[in-house]
Write a protein that binds this ligand. Structure first.
Ligand code: GUN
Length: 705
């Protein structure tokens, strides 16, 4: 008997939890009867009749915690079927981890009909102890007519309830999405499959099916349009599996769009054909003199020595190389999620193939499809699920301005930043001049501090902006990322300011008729007057509260009236205080703002008392101008814990504002609107409405005595 991986806690069975994220890309955990599976991950396809690499070796040496095999193949072969029914599928394959099975749909696509019944194949998967089974869906080939694809979507959805009933309590089930390349049918398939439920239990995972022919012919633009549209109607608590996708080249973009699971026989099929995988493509070994990609398996041989091996040994060696490369790229992707660079990685990989490059550009443009089209809706939700402010550097590239978190940050700046209502000398009214600072690299306060002092001393009513590779930003936000984090030399900064590309535009701010001057850094060492510095500190606090927290600038001004600031040794504001009460801490690493309890109370005291109850369905509200700081309403059971400073866990949220922003400050309130705590959101409103495990809000301080 093999020692199987221990099950998850009974109360967590079947749940999906998000533990880290970069927008829609997520590090997740799927809780199963054979352990907690960390995603994104790939499940190698194991054919029980041909074991190119033993499953046990995949577990021991390669660290695969899950594999996929075909229940129809086991069911069809008497010997395998009997052993599986007697001893279980884990014993049959000698694999201690999570076993997923497919249902025979793919065989019906390749060979025509299968002989097994809809309930029969699910019951069989249940009876052999599979962890995640698959219902018998209908494969919608891209070359089918629209009517045939409609029928595939409809029949698959109509089989859902019978399949869920047959699965029983212990078998988690895949609910595949079909719909060919028709975006509307993909969205319809997702809604119907996600809504299917029997006795309170729905599908645990949604694979995107019918896409193998697109990958085989490198129709990547169609592939990613299918992925975007299929995900447009899936709830965030369901992991998404990309059926049949196993080329490492495709992982980063799939993951950036929200994919959690992959499966593929590519490692074995390519090996049999004398081809090796790399994260940038596939290489034939038949004419290679040196290895274009390395692994510990190839290290000891030259390509020629491998060519001279007998076919079985060669296939086994190349398959192991392919598995290692696959695992390495998945590690890289997970790490990129953790450090906020998954789009950067997807962009780098896109240059490896013209088909992928075209698809990548199309994905970046999908936001232009608009909310009526599923791909446009999905892209909008990817953008709004990003943390707009992050401490990491931002490598400059042709596509930098299209990265979702940069669009998110830019849109918040465009919608929420307003000119100051009054100037450092107490005067009010519109500015009488505009200055654009240019020519220096960040930190801009160091480069431009003296010239700013000079300009404001001469003319207090001056609107000052900094020209950055991503357009203009107000000087008050000079240390806000991503603008201050763009990594690139002066060549990457266009000579002429292209104000049309900028989120801050002088015409939109009615500044285009006001005298404009361009200034560069000055080497004068003029000291900034205290009044000017205090005014700049206040502007930068009010502006951060407006742009990142949605606080009306007039409210921000009220809260910061009479504020004083404690500066760091290098002169940067670190604590904002009012009458010795600590209100806010500007964040030095990314230019964001953290609330202190007194600041949270002050903002809360300005708000309408009615808290959000339930979860609205208006995505467009996400970018309201100044909706006020986002609030999360929690269940009474959680109040003593959260009020004492513990995190808000999913499952205890009973309402949230739709504009809540991942990574940014929010208030936690009870059903009467009373402040319970404040923290930073880990999740979007939609996630709070469906997830049942994991942290929803990371609490900074409880507000209860
Ligand atoms: N394997 C690859 N594609 C598919 C699909 O569409 N459905 C099922 N069940 N398995 C697949």
């Amino acid at each position: 008997m093999i020692e199987e991986s221990p099950p998850c806690r009974p109360q967590d069975f079947g749940k999906f939890e998000i533990v880290d994220r970069d927008g829609a890309a997520r590090i997740g955990k799927i809780h199963t009867n054979h352990g907690i599976l960390t995603t994104p991950t790939l499940l190698p396809v194991v054919n029980p009749n041909i074991l190119t690499v033993e499953p046990r070796e995949m577990w021991d040496k390669f660290g695969f915690r899950a594999l996929i095999t075909n229940s129809y193949v086991i069911w069809k072969h008497e010997k395998l079927r009997e052993k599986a029914l007697e001893e279980g599928v884990h014993e049959l394959l000698n694999f201690p981890g999570v076993i997923m099975t497919d249902s025979g749909t793919f065989q019906s696509y390749v060979y025509g009909d299968v002989e097994v019944g809809i309930e029969e194949i699910v019951e069989f998967q249940r009876d052999i102890g599979v962890d995640i089974g698959t219902m018998l869906d209908v494969f919608g080939r891209p070359d089918m007519t629209r009517e045939e694809i409609e029928a595939a979507v409809d029949t698959t959805a109509n089989r859902a309830n019978a399949s869920l009933s047959s699965a029983g309590e212990k078998l988690l089930l895949n609910g595949p999405i079909q719909g060919g390349t028709h975006q509307d049918l993909r969205a319809e398939s997702s809604s119907r499959m996600a809504a299917s439920e029997v006795g309170g239990r729905g599908f645990s995972v949604h694979p995107i099916g019918g896409i193998v022919p697109l990958m085989e012919t490198q129709r990547y633009s169609d592939l990613f349009s299918v992925i975007l549209s299929s995900m447009s109607a899936l709830p965030s608590d369901r992991p998404v599996h990309i059926f049949g996708c196993g080329h490492p080249l495709l992982f980063p973009l799939c993951i950036a769009l929200g994919a959690d699971l992959f499966d593929s026989a590519a490692y074995a099929l390519f090996a049999k054909d004398g081809r090796i995988l790399s994260e940038e493509g596939t290489h034939r070994i038949d004419s290679a003199v040196e290895w274009p990609v390395s692994s510990r398996y190839l290290e000891d041989y030259t390509p020629r020595e491998v060519r001279e091996m007998d076919k079985k040994s060669r296939t086994a060696l190349l398959a192991r190389h392919n598995l290692e490369v696959t695992q390495r790229e998945l590690s890289r992707c997970r790490e990129a999620i953790r450090n906020g660079s998954i789009w950067n990685l997807a962009e780098r990989r896109s240059h490896a193939s013209p088909h992928l490059r075209k698809a990548f550009k199309q994905v970046l443009e999908a936001i232009q499809d608009g909310p009526e089209i599923p791909s446009g809706r999905r892209m909008a939700s990817i953008i709004s699920s990003t943390d707009p402010v992050r401490p990491s550097s931002e490598p400059f590239s042709e596509d930098v301005s299209k990265r979702p978190h940069i669009i998110h940050a830019g849109t918040l700046l465009e919608n929420r930043w307003k000119l100051p209502g009054s100037w450092w000398d107490g005067s009010t009214g519109p500015p009488s001049s505009v200055v654009i600072l240019h020519g220096s690299n960040p930190p801009w306060r160091t480069a431009y501090g003296s010239v700013v002092a000079e300009i404001l001393q001469d003319e207090p009513k001056t609107a000052i902006f900094v020209k950055t590779p991503l357009g203009l930003i107000p000087y008050s936000l000079e240390d806000l990322s991503p603008w201050c984090r763009i990594e690139g030399n002066d060549d990457s900064i266009p000579g002429d300011p292209n104000l049309k590309e900028s989120y801050i535009r002088l015409d939109r701010l009615s500044l285009d008729k006001i005298p404009l001057e361009y200034r560069i850094a000055s080497d004068s060492d003029i000291m900034m007057k205290n009044e000017i510095r205090a005014w700049l500190d206040r502007c930068s606090t009010v502006d951060r509260l407006a742009v990142l927290c949605g606080v009306k600038p007039s409210d921000g001004c009220r809260i910061t009236d009479g504020m004083n600031v404690r500066h760091s040794k290098t002169g940067r504001p670190v604590n904002v205080l009012s009458k010795d009460r600590h209100l806010f801490s500007p964040r030095l690493n990314d230019g964001g703002i953290s609330l202190a309890l007194e600041g949270a109370k002050a903002i809360h005291s300005l708000m309408d008392i009615q808290p959000p109850l339930g979860f609205s369905n208006h995505q467009e509200n996400h970018l309201q101008t100044h909706p006020g700081i986002a609030r999360v309403t929690i269940h009474s059971d959680a109040i003593p814990f959260v009020g004492a400073g513990r995190n808000v866990m999913h499952g205890f949220v009973i309402g949230a504002d739709e504009w809540i922003t991942v990574g940014q400050p929010c208030l936690v309130v009870d059903e009467n609107g009373t402040l319970v705590a404040h923290g930073n959101s880990n999740s979007t409103m939609h996630e709070m409405s469906v997830l049942r495990k994991g942290v929803a809000v990371r609490i900074r301080e409880g507000a209860l005595p």
